[in-house]
Every structure is written in structure tokens, then in C-alpha cells.
Design a protein. Structure first.
Length: 358
């Protein structure tokens, strides 16, 4: 799902490339090498282009604070703790999460080409933004990709009143030929924590089914929601899924888990985040062109249904983001005023104010 468009007529439309230049300069000022800074910046701007402002430039200040404190290392060093054919365990040594995840994609795809499947378990990483940025890269190389990560705790165990479990997102992407990757990206909470922060930035109330306050009461106040607990999606089912993602990401990798993980909102503590990436080489199952033809048939069948009242079309997974990307590249990005103010603050602190396009 994409987030609502910001239709505030006073909001400036900004060319995405200009925002990427600002973000990259901020990363470089903290010691991140040029290529890594460009990658990390691109992940932020791309999230905004897809309509996911909760994972876009809103987060630049959080990442910058972690770099400045040393909680996240500016120069990312990755090593293989396990190198066993189709399986690898990668240690990120507290580097930039986006850089670690990108290297893990390359590692998994290479192993999938040699073995049909590549599995990379990642320890000692950091938050890497939106999962689909990385699963799409693998899908564009002919692989089915599954990526999951644990996160800092913001959900209580089912029936409890203490934060133990993160939203723990996961994504699956498959090659879609002319349609581009077909992608699922979701958290196991009813909503990503970043969307609650975004609602606060927009000074909007949140739906009363997103979170509860510290006493377990439903709330529409973003601040009370952050202080309280985000609710799992589908009740106890989302809780169980969150637990399993945490086990596969944190326990299996040898990284941190449950409340041992610290999210990007924490400026000083090392993250301890773990991830799991699985790449399946489609060519090991059937010719890639045949698979993509079958996906085309699948999408055609999905769309060959009557459109329900209140909807304009039937979407395949990832299509909303594709449409938002095209629109936002053409029109420019419109970000909330509070987000722009925070970008300006960070740019000034980083000595990059001269690059601000607003």
C-alpha cells in the first residue's frame, strides 16, 4: 500500500535527485565513503518516490545521529563468519545497514547462481530502510528473494504489557518481466512504527486500531502510541509472525533479539539487528522467460475481475509503488513541512546547507 499523497498546495515539489544530493552529503560528512553514501541516500529518496514517506527522508536525522555517536560505523566492513556453499553468515560489524544489506544481496544471488539457492544470514547490522529496495534488486537479476529483519521492540507479546518485539518486516519479490518485480513488503504489526512518527510530523491523528497507550487503551494520539504499544496485524497471528521473523533474523544469525535490538530512533546504542536473505534462482526451476510469461498470465487473471465500488483498478503487489514512483519523478516530491525542517537542520549541522533545494 502507498501512503496518502501530500496535497498541501503550499508544499514545495522537490526534484528527487536534489534530495539525494543533500542526503549523500550528510552521510559523507559523517565519514561514510562516497559510494556507500550514495546508496544510503538513494534508499531514502526511493522510499519517498514509492510513497512510503515513513521510510524516506524523514529518517535522515536518525541515521545521522547514530553515525555521529558511533552507534553505527561510518565505514562498513563485512566479513563471512560462515562460508558453506549455498549458505553464508555475514557479520556487518555495526556498519551502515543499507550497505550491509546490499552486499548480502550480491552474496545471495551469486550463491543462488551456483547452487540454485543462496541463503545469507546477517548479524551485527543496522536498520536498512525498506526491505523491498533490496528484494527488488535480486528479482531484477532473475531470483525470487525473501528478506526479513528484526527491529527494536515496540510490540508487547500477545496478552502482555511490555515492549519485547519489533515490527520485524519482511519482503518477497519475484521477477515480473515487463511488469517489473512483483513485490510484497510488510511489517508484522498493523502499521510500521515510522507511519506513526509520520502522522506526528503531519500533526494528524492515527486510526484507533494502530496502537494502544501504556495502559493498553486504544489511542488516536501518535505520541501516546509511541510511548505505548503498536498492535500486531491480525491479532495473535501478527504476534506469532513477528516472533518467527525475530528468531530467523536474530537468533539464527547469532545477532541480538527481542529487546536486545535497538532501532534507528535510538541515537546512541548499537543496533544488534539481524537479517535473513534467501535467493532462489528461477533458472534452477524453469527457464526465466517461461516463469515471466506465467507471471504475466497470473497478473492478467488478477486484473480480469470486476472493480469494486470505491476502487479505480485492481493492483498486483508492487504496482502502487510503480505508479507512485512515475508520478513523483514527474511532479517532484512533496514532503511534510516538519520533515523539510528536520532535513534543513541536519544539513546545517553536516555543513551541507548550501545544497538545500528549498
Amino acid at each position: 500500500m502507498t501512503e496518502p499523497r501530500n496535497d498541501d498546495p503550499s508544499a514545495p515539489r522537490i526534484a528527487p535527485g536534489l534530495l539525494a544530493e543533500v542526503a549523500a552529503a550528510v552521510y559523507r560528512s559523517a565519514g561514510v565513503p562516497h559510494a556507500d553514501a550514495r546508496l544510503a541516500a538513494d534508499t531514502l529518496v526511493q522510499a519517498d518516490l514509492w510513497g512510503h514517506q515513513s521510510h524516506g527522508m524523514l529518517r535522515l536525522g536518525w541515521y545521522y545521529a547514530r553515525l555521529c555517536s558511533g552507534a553505527m560505523q561510518a565505514v562498513t566492513t563485512t566479513t563471512l563468519a560462515v562460508d558453506a556453499g549455498a549458505v553464508a553468515v555475514m557479520d556487518g560489524h555495526d556498519g551502515v545497514g543499507q550497505v550491509i544489506a546490499r552486499r548480502a544481496v550480491d552474496e545471495a544471488v551469486e550463491r543462488a547462481r551456483g547452487h540454485g539457492v543462496g541463503v545469507v544470514s546477517i548479524r551485527n547490522s543496522n536498520h536498512f530502510g525498506t526491505c523491498m529496495y533490496f528484494t527488488r534488486i535480486a528479482a531484477q537479476q532473475g531470483c525470487v528473494a525473501v528478506l526479513m529483519s528484526n527491529a527494536g521492540p515496540n510490540m508487547a507479546p500477545w496478552g502482555g504489557l511490555k515492549k519485547k518485539i519489533g515490527t520485524n518486516p519482511w519482503s518477497i519479490a519475484v521477477p515480473g518481466g515487463a511488469f517489473g518485480p512483483v513485490v510484497m513488503d510488510m511489517a508484522n504489526s498493523g502499521v510500521a512504527r515510522g507511519k506513526i512518527y509520520l502522522a506526528g510530523k503531519r500533526r494528524e491523528k492515527i486510526p484507533d486500531h494502530w496502537a494502544v497507550d501504556t495502559e493498553g487503551r486504544a489511542t488516536t494520539d501518535p505520541r501516546a502510541a509511541i510511548e505505548g504499544f503498536i498492535l500486531p496485524m491480525a491479532g495473535h497471528k501478527g504476534y506469532v509472525m513477528g516472533v518467527m521473523v525475530d528468531i530467523l533474523s536474530g537468533v539464527l544469525s547469532g545477532s541480538q533479539f527481542l529487546d536486545g535490538v535497538h532501532g534507528p530512533y535510538d541515537p546512541v546504542n548499537r543496533s544488534g539487528a539481524g537479517h535473513l536473505l534467501v535467493a532462489l534462482n528461477v533458472q534452477a526451476f524453469m527457464p526465466l522467460a517461461q516463469f515471466e510469461d506465467r507471471i504475466a498470465q497470473y497478473i492478467a487473471s488478477l486484473k480480469d475481475v470486476p472493480v469494486a465500488q470505491g476502487h479505480t483498478q485492481v493492483f498486483y503487489p508492487g504496482e502502487m509503488e510503480n505508479q507512485a514512483d512515475r508520478r513523483n519523478r514527474a511532479e517532484g516530491l512533496a514532503l511534510p513541512r516538519d520533515t523539510l525542517d528536520d532535513i534543513a537542520r541536519v544539513a546545517r549541522e553536516a555543513g551541507a546547507a548550501d545544497l538545500l533545494p528549498f
